[in-house]
Design a protein around this ligand. Sequence first.
Ligand SMILES: O=C(O)C(=O)C[C@]1(C(=O)O)C=C[C@@H](O)C=C1
Length: 302
Amino acid sequence: MSRIAYFGPQGTFTEQAARRLAADDELFPVETISAALTAVRKGEAAGACVPVENSVEGAVTATLDGLAEDAPLVAVAEELLAVHFSVLTRDDVDTVRTVASHPHALAQVRQWLAANLPQARTVVASSTAAAAVAVQRGEYDAAVAAPVAVEHYPLRVLATGVADVPDARTRFLLLRPPGTLPGPTGHDRTSIVAAAANRTGALAELLTELAFRGINLTRLDARPIKGNFGLYRFFIDFEGHVIEPRIGDALAALRRRCNNVRFLGSHPRADGVAATIEQGAANQDFVNAADWVAAVRRGELA
Ligand SMILES: O=C(O)C(=O)C[C@]1(C(=O)O)C=C[C@@H](O)C=C1
């Protein structure tokens, strides 16, 4: 049994994801995403569970930035959770004047808050569960939290099933130091972060390397390279596993073209969606083509 740090405190959506991703491990909460990554880098945890993207609010930037810098970590598994919230308050609150939560959570319930608690001011907390803790302490009147939070913090449930977008989902990663990769399944996702050269067409060239090999993107995010105004690094997720010839071929091309490429993992997709294979871009096509070149070099074929 190993120790896995998760973005806490107890009662976050991330804790639920960690329970599924590392069911046999000992889980411990840390206050921030950055602290979860640091725990792994310092060897205090064997892995970390953190959110990476939400279908309504997009990238969890603390996770992206944390993966691009410092010692490399790789995603070995992912989990997808449906996200709808409970609004929690204390028994002594008559009128809700302040509502606290994680910024991603507040962004997912903006319309609900405007319609149901128009008088309330929103306050940012480090996580949904941290907001529940603050309400319990009397710092704020209500928290937008995961439904399980009420099992940890004895608060009054003002509303449940709160979500502006009914099928909102958040994707979570289980991160570990580089080591053995999970095996390919046919429904994998590979993630990289790359700093394209600062010249016309550099990003287009990078994406074309993937497109040429029939590789379907599942996400593209740009984040500023801090301290270099106007320069960005690109987080690119695509279908496939690094062990596959077509993916290895694309990664080698990106490595040639980019200033910097960091591999962030290949692992099965939580939604089980199989990779799209374009005509002429199957792994066997790459193997056959390489065999043909080898035969030409040996003078056996022309
Ligand atoms: O605060 C939490 O409960 C988290 O796990 C973080 C987080 C996020 O970063 O997106 C996870 C799921 C929800 O979308 C809202 C917040």
